[in-house]
Design a binder for this molecule. Structure first.
Ligand SMILES: [Zn+2]
Ligand SMILES: [Zn+2]
Length: 308
């Protein structure tokens, strides 16, 4: 990224900050709907594995690998069809269009915890976690396109962005999950009432709770991993390696490592820093579906403990 890009204020003053009403409504609506999970008719212990598998597919493969390590940092190269598939998986986490996600994240790397960082928890944990997502920051919007010249010239990404087609992809995946749950219920129980019940369970756990869960664990990388944990490298920002966030996100919580070596495919740098997203990338490499896996290179940073 060019250092000529002007920093935008990291947290617009309250009087200048408009709320993205649609985003706020979607966020609020999903959180309210997620409460259905504790209503007896909607509760099932099966919900927990469903959320975890959903997170693996749409969170870890979609967001961590697709949006983050592939589209934002080009830490790996995969065949075009697979890049499209990973992009679609990321869209199904409802974290906004890839173009916007990547622009915001590149800004974050360029201005970490300084003016211009769209979501630094230095301005309050709530702001760094979720507040920034529905703040209508005009300066941020005006600068965004400068961070993503590669994606703006990508016909597939352009197609998804235009007329909010990406949102239709999300709606289509909801319809597919609901229909699959209904068919599964019918196949197992054989009655329409039971099929309808499984369909409701599929919607509540497979769509709503999973989407809200993936939101929060993604946001924890921005909030908790810029506040709590240990710093292996003196990166000059507040990024930390946080094992709880790393466990929840399958590897994204090794965030100080990531700030020290943003392009590296692996976020776990020590043998015990488990990074299942990277394990998956190595698996893809093994079967010939990934190449150019960017290695860890952090020579430019002093170790935070002064040892290196
Ligand atoms: Zn960060
Ligand atoms: Zn990053």
């Amino acid at each position: 990224m060019s250092s000529a890009v002007a920093p935008v204020p990291s947290r617009p003053a309250a009087r200048e900050r408009a709320v993205k009403r649609q985003t706020a409504l979607v966020l609020g609506g999903f959180h309210l709907l997620a409460l259905l999970a504790v209503v007896p008719y909607c509760f099932t212990w099966w919900g927990i594995p469903v959320v975890l598998v959903g997170n693996a597919v749409f969170g870890s493969i979609g967001i961590n690998l697709g949006y983050h390590r592939l589209l934002t940092h080009r830490a790996v190269t995969v065949p075009r069809w697979l890049e499209k598939l990973f992009t679609v998986c990321g869209i199904c986490s409802l974290e906004g269009p890839p173009l916007q996600w990547v622009a915001v994240h590149r800004m974050h790397h360029q201005h970490s915890d300084e003016d211009g960082d769209p979501h630094s928890p230095a301005h309050g944990f709530y702001w760094g976690h979720v507040g920034w997502t529905y703040a209508d920051d005009a300066a941020l919007k005006a600068n965004a396109s400068r961070y993503i010249p590669d994606l703006i010239s990508d016909p597939f990404q352009k197609y998804l962005h235009k007329r909010n087609r990406w949102a239709r992809v999300y709606v289509a995946h909801v319809a597919a999950i609901v229909a699959a749950a209904f068919a599964l219920g019918l196949a197992i129980y054989g009655t329409l009432a039971d099929a309808a019940h499984v369909m409701v369970l599929g919607f509540v756990w497979g769509v709503v709770v999973r989407t809200v869960y993936v939101w929060h664990i993604t946001w924890l990388v921005n909030s908790a991993s810029h506040r709590w944990g240990y710093a292996t490298y003196a990166t000059g920002d507040q990024s930390r390696n946080n094992w709880v966030v790393a466990a929840l996100t399958n590897g994204e919580g090794w965030h100080n490592n990531h700030h020290a070596a943003p392009r590296a495919a692996a976020h776990g740098h020590k043998w015990w820093e488990l990074d299942l997203t990277y394990t998956f990338i190595r698996g893809l490499e093994l079967v010939g579906l990934a190449k150019g896996v960017v290695p860890v290179k952090v020579a430019g940073y002093k170790r935070a403990d002064g040892a290196g």
